[in-house]
Design a protein around this ligand. Sequence first.
Ligand code: GDP
Length: 295
Amino acid sequence: MFNSLQDKLDKALHNISGRGKITEINVAETVKEIRRALVDADVNYKVAKDLTKRVQDKALGQNVLTSLTPGQLMTKIVHDELVNLMGGTHEGINLSGKPSVILIAGLQGSGKTTFSGKLANYLKQKRNKKPLLVACDVYRPAAIDQLKILGEQTGIPVYSEEGATNPSAIAENAVKFAKTNNHDVVIVDTAGRLAIDEQMMNEIKSVHYFIKPDETLFVVDSMTGQDAVNTAKAFNEALNFDGVVLTKLDGDTRGGAALTIRSVVEKPIKFISTGEKMEALDVFYPERMADRILG
Ligand code: GDP
């Protein structure tokens, strides 16, 4: 994960490690390299610039007060800033509803259906819940079959309505079904399009309006870099979602989406998906991610 970003940050921090003390000149050089590493990793330019400005101010400000070496000091400052950038602390999902309704939104191919299966599996295995999966993609029968396969693999029932054309009605019926069958969590997988269009946004807004989810999660493919951030903005404007799920972090992603999304849409990343297996799901902790990025 983030190999090239890791290497570049490591190099930038290594250069200052050899210096006896922090000076304005070597901090400025290091900060410039850090900024370049972040921008190369698809971090939004303004986000990278603001972060490195804070790193520079802190490094120069703390110089006399610390017993750390320049390398240790810069690494600590960059680490803390990365944690802050990703939201500081972990934020969980709201499971207080009876049942709790979770709406899954995102573009087609982002990993929604796979994530829906993983989330249901996680809630069953780790949180002792009795989830119901709901197939709401009325355009692609294959998507419904895919969810049913994941349901079979994980032993979680899937609600679907053959031939139905109204996703809001399916979702509402599913919530009623969950109540009568003692499911405490309802996970609604929705249809996605290849790009954002008005019809798609109106449809998901309507599902959102009718089922009033306790939690709306936006799923995004981390490999799509800057586009991931633009898509997040559009979905956030339409749905005011509660959290982000970053998928495909097992692939050759440069890391920009993970580092930029929080500060652009001001919503926390809640889960990261790292593979196609049902167990390949991690709760997101900013601290752990910063540790990984800095190696
Ligand atoms: P949807 O159209 O948004 O429902 O996306 P899918 O769940 O069908 O996923 C699209 C493709 O990405 C499928 O081939 C999945 O197996 C794959 N996929 C989903 N999540 C991950 C992930 O975290 N890592 C990897 N490597 N592949 C994933």
